[in-house]
Every structure is written in C-alpha cells, then in structure tokens.
Design a protein around this ligand. Structure first.
Ligand code: ADP
Ligand code: MG
Length: 254
C-alpha cells in the first residue's frame, strides 16, 4: 500500500542562534499508509502540535524530510506550499473555524470557490459531502443557528469537499459535549472505513483516540511507542489509558 505521509528524522528547534534553544521535535520518523486513521498522543509540551503543524505545512522542520502524497514538502517555497495545502490537505480544528457571515453551504463550498470551480460542480460536491455527514437539513443556515456538533460536522464537510489526500485534525472534539463528540468521532470513523479517507488526529483524550486504528505516543519530541487496535474499541481504550499513565499524562492534565 502507498504511504500518504512519510516523516523522516524530523527535528524542530525553536529560537535563534545564541538564544536559548527549545528542541520541540528530536528525530521523529514514521509512515502513514493510505486509508489509515492515526492518532497522536503525548503529555503537554511533548511536541504534538509542532508535529502536526510540520506535516500540515503550517510550520517548517529544522531538519529531516516530510513527504505528503508523494511530494517532498520540506523543499517547497511559500507559494507552492499554499497551493499544495489547498489541493491536498483538509483541516479540522478544535474551534470549527467556520466563517460566521457565510451559510453552512457557503462555508463548505469555500475551498472549491477558491479553486475557481463552476457553481454547478460545486453544488454537486457540497450536497454529496453534506449527505455523508448528515447535515443536509441545515446547509442554508448560518453557523450561529446550528449546534456545536453540527458546526463541527460542517467543518468536516469543508475539510473533505475537495477530496484531500489526508485530513489533519487538531483536537476535533475539544469543544464538543460528550454526545456531539461521539457523533463526530463516528462520522470520522465512517469516512475512514467506508470512504477510505486517511486521517491524522492529535488528541489528548483517550476516548477520542480509541476511534483510531493506530496511535503514536510521543514524549520529549521523540516517538515513545505505538499501538494498533486489534481488539474492541473498549479494550483499546484501556490500553491507551495504561500507556498514558506510564507517560505521566493523566486524562485531566492534557
Ligand atoms: P504539545 O502540542 O504536545 O503540547 P507543542 O508542540 O506545542 O507540544 O510544544 C513542544 C515544545 O516546543 C514545548 O516545549 C513548547 O514550549 C515548545 N514550543 C512550541 N511552539 C513554540 C514556539 N513558537 N516558540 C518556542 N517554543 C515553542
Ligand atoms: Mg498542543
């Protein structure tokens, strides 16, 4: 199977020469195969956000190579990165990032409008993802008129509408109550299992992580261990809690 992400010996150092340096990532390597649903966990300050930002082209590695969808993103200039990001990646953030002045329909359509696709093409694609995420009934509403769970499913639809090679999610359930978090995770699981969408999700929450098929645990900017889900989700959840305890990252600590 093809790899959608290849991370090779990534280093990320913050701070300039002479200043005190902060080593956020210290030689991380891993691959994500096409169609995987991978989680990243680790204690606060371990480098999770930095790692996601480096893969998502929002930040640059100090050293090492990152390939996404077969392209070496560490060599691209700013214009190439912006273009690559718009075509190849889908983002879901904790706080939805929907534009309040646009309807749910217009928000989902945005990545396609920016690519200059025709209104007819856009309509077909938006309606298709809205159906997948079960938000057809609210697409004419504005973000302020829908629930948090519906907002996050709208954000997922927007992340998906241009058929990205991978969806990158940073704490996608962080602002949701447990019922909406569950429906969001089930939607992500269905996208992964039924439509083969590749997903990389950072989370500090063991329940959310239990929906992944594989989890990478990081500590001090290095890979600590990784686990695969082979058994039930409940079993996986217990396994995750055990590793978090070993890492000293309890559930209420972040
Ligand atoms: P996590 O998301 O796991 O909490 P981060 O990736 O945010 O961890 O941070 C990893 C380390 O890098 C931390 O020690 C943090 O203080 C440091 N760091 C993160 N961003 C910056 C930055 N912009 N400038 C300096 N240090 C940073
Ligand atoms: Mg973080």
């Amino acid at each position: 199977m093809r790899n959608v992400v290849e991370v090779n010996n990534i280093q990320k150092v913050y701070g300039k020469k002479g200043d005190s340096l902060s080593r956020a990532l210290n030689g991380i390597s891993f691959d994500i195969a096409d169609g995987e649903f991978v989680g990243i966990m680790g204690p606060s300050g371990s480098g999770k956000t930095t790692l996601l930002n480096v893969i998502s082209t929002l930040d640059r590695a100090t050293d090492g190579i990152v390939e996404v969808a077969g392209k070496n993103i560490t060599k691209m200039n700013a214009t190439q990165l912006a273009d690559f990001r718009a075509k190849t990646l889908g983002f879901i953030f904790q706080d939805f990032n929907l534009l309040e002045n646009l309807s749910v329909y217009e928000n989902i359509a945005l990545p396609l409008s920016l690519q200059g696709q025709s209104a007819k093409q856009i309509r077909a694609k938006v309606l298709k993802v809205a159906k997948t995420l079960d938000i057809e009934a609210i697409i004419e509403k504005y973000p302020s008129q829908v629930s948090g769970g519906q907002k996050q499913r709208a954000a997922a639809a927007r992340a998906l509408v241009h058929e990205p090679a991978i969806i990158l999610a940073d704490e996608p359930t962080g602002a949701l109550d447990s019922k909406n978090a569950k429906s969001m995770l089930e939607a992500m699981q269905e996208l992964n299992e039924k439509q083969d969408v590749s997903i990389l999700m950072v989370t500090h929450d063991a329940y959310s992580a239990s929906y992944c098929k594989r989890i990478l645990f990081i500590r001090d900017g290095q890979l600590f261990t990784e686990i695969h889900r082979t058994d039930s989700r409940q079993q996986f959840y217990k396994q995750i809690l055990d590793i978090l305890a070993e890492l000293g990252a309890s559930q209420d600590m972040e």
